[in-house]
Design a protein. Structure first.
Length: 103
């Protein structure tokens, strides 16, 4: 099981500012270990962001994104009490998510 997505979100004037940290190795498949063996590709492919149960953002990623990616965005039309959820699925079928409530 992958570690959960860490989310911080603030609400100001109806706009949610969301910051997320996604623990993940993000291996490209082109690096080699100390013995010279290629490390298999393992990276996040799809990130989905929801506000109040409605998908507001979907991102398609690849192996060029850094280890433990940081992701930030703003969403208009947010209200106090809305739930922000971020989830991802990687190329090996693993997934993780995290959520927080806007105050």
């Amino acid at each position: 099981m992958a570690k959960p997505v860490k989310i911080r979100a603030k609400l100001k004037n109806g706009i949610a500012s969301v910051k997320a940290l996604m623990p993940h190795p993000m291996e490209t498949g082109s690096r080699k270990n100390a013995e010279g063996v290629v490390i298999a590709a393992h990276y996040i492919e799809t990130v989905t962001c929801e506000l109040g149960g409605k998908v507001v953002l979907t991102a398609q990623w690849g192996p060029s994104v850094s280890k433990n990616p940081y992701f930030a965005f703003k969403v208009p039309g947010a209200e106090s009490g809305d739930t922000v959820k971020i989830s991802w699925v990687d190329n090996l079928g693993e997934s993780s998510s995290g959520e927080t409530t806007l105050k």
